[in-house]
Design a binder for this molecule. Structure first.
Ligand code: PRP
Length: 174
């Protein structure tokens, strides 16, 4: 893959501040309850790890992995589950944890998929809400950062698997 120039969009400090705010909102909203956090691999792994360490409520944790047929900066919109949730979600409050909602197709697909598991509630927490290519209207209960457009990497997000480890979030200059 060709190397792209990067410019910082959100610093590690800005991200940490938003993660803290999200964690305190979630802890307040689910006070007295247990919540099942489901991280969407791979991108959410850093956000989820930081988020859970700030929560003050009991949690269970699981993961789901989805694949959309596409590479690089383009997604085809066809989604399939490659690793499914293992916990029994019946009667539980579920929070899907995403690094980014872009077209919204992954989130909409997952919400529908998890609804079949008879959870009591299924809500969404995304670090980044990117509106440019939104194709489906989906309520996002917890949003850390808004982004109008651009292809971003870092803090879990990749471009052809590169740059996930960066502590900040950067826009690739394509
Ligand atoms: C990213 C991100 C979301 C999805 C959002 O995952 O983690 O799951 O795309 O895009 P959408 O709103 O347009 O559906 P990706 O397919 O890049 O896989 P990864 O998390 O393994 O990097």
């Amino acid at each position: 893959m060709a190397k792209h120039e990067k410019r910082v969009i959100f610093t590690a400090e800005e991200i940490a501040r938003q993660v803290e705010l999200l964690a305190s909102r979630i802890s307040a909203d689910y006070a007295g309850k247990e919540v099942v956090l489901i991280g969407v691999l791979k991108g959410a792994f850093i956000f989820l790890a930081d988020l859970v360490r700030q929560l003050t409520i009991p949690i269970q944790l699981d993961f789901v992995r989805v694949a959309s047929y596409g590479t690089g900066t383009e997604s085809s919109g066809k989604i399939r589950i490659t690793t499914d949730v293992e916990l029994d979600l019946q009667g539980l409050d579920v929070l899907i944890v995403e690094d980014i909602v872009d077209s919204g197709l992954t989130t909409a697909f997952l919400k529908q998929h998890l609804a079949t598991r008879k959870a009591r509630s299924v809500k969404i927490c995304t670090l980044i809400d990117k509106r440019e290519r939104r194709a489906v209207s989906i309520p996002l209960e917890y949003v850390g950062l808004q982004l109008e457009k651009g292809f971003v990497v870092g803090y879990g997000l990749d471009c052809n698997e590169a740059n996930r480890q960066l502590p900040g979030i950067y826009e690739l200059i394509l």
